[in-house]
Design a protein around this ligand. Structure first.
Ligand code: ADP
Ligand code: MG
Length: 588
């Protein structure tokens, strides 16, 4: 075929395919336009996964009557006028392609009225024909897209099932709603309200309506400022992790982006506070000066290039780490007010259910936070938070506290001025050994070793593991020579928390890492080995002398994350005298 310039109609359909690949892309572009128009309320209505109908209605400033026709022309935009504008761009759109593209592959109706004009425009677009009539509306814009891809059958044929498309649309609306808590979004799918955000500019409240109480109760506020970078939003408590990355949400300058490097940096900041293979949750906005960004590298604009990226990643990691350390607070036990004392009649009823009510509830209620509407208020009050900063906090908690004793051979009780502290000695031990081994592994500092020669015969696989990972084991304090014939001569093992170990420690480690060894990288392997070592080194159910208890608390207070064990369980809990008195009904 000879080379020919495509006619405009064909070219526009092809170009449209680059921006508008599915109903979700239509919703995204229309929402971005509504946001750029300073809307405060946006309603979205979709039918049949968006294939039949997509409606987006906003109360933004609308389009001037004279400009309406232009809005549907390719490369027509009110947002930039020259290339340099891209470097200072504050709007989501800028290519001037969306409306033209959507118009090329669907039937579009638009009602719009500009805020400074008395009359609005009713627009019909079918197949490049644009018809505009005068009409009177409220200020704002409503766009209705019908029969998406009706004239590009190939694209239509390859669309996913409606239920899938609906799910994708819910996802994108959720994402966009989270980056704009100042806007109230409502989404209806086939007539049913699927989500509605309050639009009160409180991210925590948007999160609450989208994800519920469980997630919002487990968030810590972040407000970090270190030029050129600032971070705002919420990050999950280390003890609240997920097995997927579904709840990791990052915007840069309020623009939703897909950036695995940033997510990875944040996950690294959680290192040693959460379990391996679990993922923290976070919902944050990172503010970076526009001149350090290039937003124009991806058609859907969900990728971004950051200049000086490695510095920015470092700062992000540092910010998150600091926040985890500062905001991790001692767990405080508070109990639900038992409903027992309301009146006699209820008391009788209560007695019937007393076992389930009274026995189960208080345990569940450990550290339950206020409902999210108040959580925000509380977390804003930073002086209140300072009191609990873990670094100072844990030492302070124990300063004037005295040992009461040990109970169940497992927990240690301390009495402070107006509170008691309960320490899970096993969890505390694990935290101390975990950090100690990690530190030694990282710095190459020599581990105290128990030295002895011991000949150990192993399975061929385990023997191979020890040969392959010799350096790694050596750093942890295991030294050995290979004798061949699946036998090693073990020369030394680490002394963990003053407890000398023997060859059984190595055997336990080998047993536990056996099936993971082929699949994991050395970082995960190290964590795994250290975790096994911790588990083995710590004796549960162990009577402890006062001097041992004091030593344990001292070492715990030196830890970077003293308040949880490596699996995220608490090491220390606190209960105030006030809470005691409340429970014993001395006060109401
Ligand atoms: P872009 O958003 O890249 O500028 P679009 O094709 O999406 O390009 O929109 C073209 C123009 O139409 C925008 O620049 C804007 O001026 C106007 N426009 C589109 N949608 C709206 C809306 N909901 N409210 C106000 N103006 C709008
Ligand atoms: Mg746009």
């Amino acid at each position: 075929m000879p080379i020919k310039v495509l006619n405009a109609k064909t070219a526009s359909k092809i170009a449209a395919g680059e921006v508008i690949i599915d109903p979700m892309a239509v919703v995204k572009e229309l929402l971005e336009n509504s946001i750029d128009a300073n809307s405060t309320i946006i309603d979205i209505n979709i039918e049949n996964g968006g294939k039949d109908r997509i409606l987006v209605a906003d109360n933004g400033y609308g389009i001037p009557y004279e400009d309406v026709a232009l809005a549907f022309k390719r490369h027509a935009t009110s947002k930039i006028s020259k290339l340099e504008d891209l470097t200072s761009l504050g709007t989501l759109g800028f290519r001037g392609e969306a409306l033209a593209s959507i118009g090329a592959i669907s039937k579009v109706t638009m009602k719009t009225q500009f805020h400074l004009e008395e009359i609005g425009a009713l627009v019909d677009v079918v197949d490049d024909n644009i018809e505009i009539k005068e009409n009177s509306f409220k200020t704002g814009t409503t766009v209705v897209i019908k029969d998406l891809f009706y004239n590009t059958p190939a694209r239509l044929k390859h669309l996913k099932k409606s239920s899938e498309l609906t799910k994708e649309i819910i996802g994108i609306v959720q994402n966009i709603a989270l980056s704009h808590p100042e806007i109230s979004f409502s989404l209806y799918c086939d007539g049913e309200l699927v989500l509605k955000t309050p639009g009160d500019n409180q991210l925590i409240n948007s999160l609450y309506t989208l994800y519920g109480k469980d997630i919002t109760n487990n968030l810590m506020k972040i407000n970090y400022n270190n030029l050129p970078l600032s971070i705002t939003g919420f990050i999950g408590k280390p003890e609240y992790v997920k097995s997927t990355r579904q709840y990791q949400y990052v915007t840069i300058n309020k623009r939703f982006i897909q950036d695995n490097k940033i997510k990875k940096a944040i996950e690294e900041a959680y290192e040693n506070t959460i379990m391996i293979n679990k993922h923290p949750i976070f919902f944050i906005d990172i503010n970076i000066p526009f001149d350090m960004l290039d937003v124009n590298i991806h058609p859907a604009k969900t990728k971004i290039r950051i200049l000086n990226e490695s510095l920015i990643l470092l700062l992000i990691k540092d910010a998150i780490r600091k926040n985890i350390r500062e905001k991790t607070i001692v767990k405080e036990i508070t109990m639900n007010k038992p409903k027992l004392i309301i009146n006699d009649k209820e008391m009788i009823q209560e007695k019937i259910s007393i076992t389930s009510e009274i026995v189960e509830k208080p345990i569940e209620k450990v550290n339950e936070l206020e409902p999210p509407y108040e959580l925000d208020k509380e977390q804003k009050n930073d002086t209140n938070m300072n009191k609990y900063k873990s670094e100072v906090g844990i030492k302070e908690l124990f300063v004037n506290a005295k040992i009461i004793g040990q109970i169940f051979n497992t927990y240690i009780i301390y009495e402070g001025l107006d509170y008691i502290l309960m320490i899970d000695q096993h969890a505390a031990h694990e935290r101390i050994i975990f950090e100690e081994l990690h530190h030694k592994y990282k710095t190459g500092e020599k581990t105290l070793q128990q030295v002895f020669p011991y000949n150990l015969q192993l399975s061929p696989k385990n023997y191979q593991v020890l040969i392959n990972e010799k350096q790694l084991f050596e750093k942890l304090g295991f030294e050995y020579d290979e004798f061949g014939n699946n036998t090693i001569c073990l020369r030394s093992v680490p002394i963990l928390f003053n407890i000398p170990q023997d060859h059984n420690l190595l055997i336990s480690i080998l047993e536990e890492i056996q099936d993971k060894i082929d699949k994991t990288n050395s970082k995960i392997l190290i964590d795994k080995i250290i975790l096994v070592a911790c588990k083995k080194a710590v004796k549960g159910n162990k009577k402890m002398q006062s001097i041992e208890i004091e030593q344990l608390i001292h070492q715990l207070s030196l830890c970077e994350y003293p308040l949880s064990c490596p699996h995220g369980r608490p090491t220390v809990m606190k209960m105030t005298q006030y809470e005691f008195e409340k429970q014993f009904k001395r006060i109401q």
